[in-house]
Ligand binder design. Structure first.
Ligand SMILES: [Zn+2]
Length: 94
């Protein structure tokens, strides 16, 4: 098929994979009280890309069905989509 919608869903899935890779690499971590993903202060973004390459190379189940480029783009999207180092959920400011 390869419709635009399928392509979009595939990219969303790649971003979710990228997020998981960032968590494993310690680049992103969820707020302890919310699901909000936060950029770890002082983290080495390169480590997430290195892990992504290693997972693709090792054919890890996490990256199954995605090309190296898609996984790398997913990591980039996950980092760019979660630029905050502190959770912005209103309950933190009550
Ligand atoms: Zn929070």
């Amino acid at each position: 098929m390869g419709s635009a919608k399928e392509q979009m869903l595939h990219e969303e899935a790649a971003t979710a994979v990228g997020e998981e890779i960032c968590v494993r690499a310690g680049v992103l971590s969820p707020c302890p009280q919310h699901n909000e993903m936060l950029l770890s202060t002082g983290s080495d973004l390169v480590s997430a890309y290195k892990l992504a390459s290693a997972l693709v190379r090792d054919r890890d189940p996490l990256v199954r069905g995605f090309s190296h480029r898609e996984v790398t783009d997913g990591v980039k999207a996950a980092i760019e989509g979660n630029p905050a180092e502190e959770c912005t959920h209103p309950s933190h400011y009550d």
